[in-house]
Design a protein around this ligand. Sequence first.
Ligand SMILES: [Zn+2]
Length: 361
Amino acid sequence: MRKILISILALAIPFAQSFAADKAPKNEKVKNVILIIGDGMGLAAAGSWMIDNAYAPTCFDRAQFVGFSKTYSANSKVTDSAASGTAMACGVKTDNSMLGQLPDGTHVPSLATLAKEKGLSTGIVVTSHVCDATPSAFYAHVPKRGMSTEIIQDMIKAKFDVVAGGGRKYFTDPEKVSENMIDKAVSEGFTYCSTPEEFYQTKATPILGLFSDGSFPMAIERDTDFLKDAAMHTLDILDDNKKGFFAMFEGSHIDHAEHANNAEQMTFEMEEFDKLVNAAFDYADTHKGTLVVITADHETGGVTLLGSKDSPTGIAVNFATTGHSGIPVPVYAYGASAWQFGQVIENTEIFARIKALLIGK
Ligand SMILES: [Zn+2]
């Protein structure tokens, strides 16, 4: 009996996988886009999470289409988060450290800005600080990623429905700012939340959530439900708009764990990321017209997964560098028109394809 059951299961699994791909609505009109960025999350980081789970299904196994993205910037084969964030947010290759502008300084609008102009809702949630490179690529236009005060000014001006993460000190440090920028945001109409709990109690947009002084602590030091919970509350706010929404959520610290060559920290960051992505896929299952795209801005750490007798998983996670690498990164897609992301593409195509689907010409 057991043998029969195993052979039935062996038959059923390939069917289940192809059914999932078939089920992705091919030409369904895209009303909502959830772009999820794992900062520094190369294929080896995703693979190590699959091994940590003994190959039980992870969020990555649920993806309906998978492709790869070429991450090089305008002036380097190895990009930083500013140039690659700008490529995905604004559709142009720029120099490392630049945000929302071409190498010659010309400003370029982001997907979130274009969505807002079309009447859609917009939200950004990260575990790093909100003036860090990836989120800033969606609202700022500065030549250097460290220009936090100018980034905050652009962020207030952009007035997205939700911007949440860490970074209170960048708004209040008298050495950085001449006035309290939280007060300025509030005077411009923002609802300010200083804790996730305050955030979960409000839907009064625009909302600025600054839940820690700098970046969030690493996931190993806290509840790994944070990113999922904050993202789901954001979607609950954004989907009150019948026209649809654009949301960007970032697992920011995967990159930081890899810069530190710390495999244990990386595991906890991937656990938090997996919860977020699974929740986004569940959301797409119940909200017609939702496309979820998951990718990275670049690979960090030159991560390798080598056989090891000393490791309980049989694999040792090794790092070739404390910096970034030029390895292409995976693109996973789920939901309405997900098939459009099942190729090898330039990182700027993340912008171009989402724009064509969500915003049009
Ligand atoms: Zn990095």
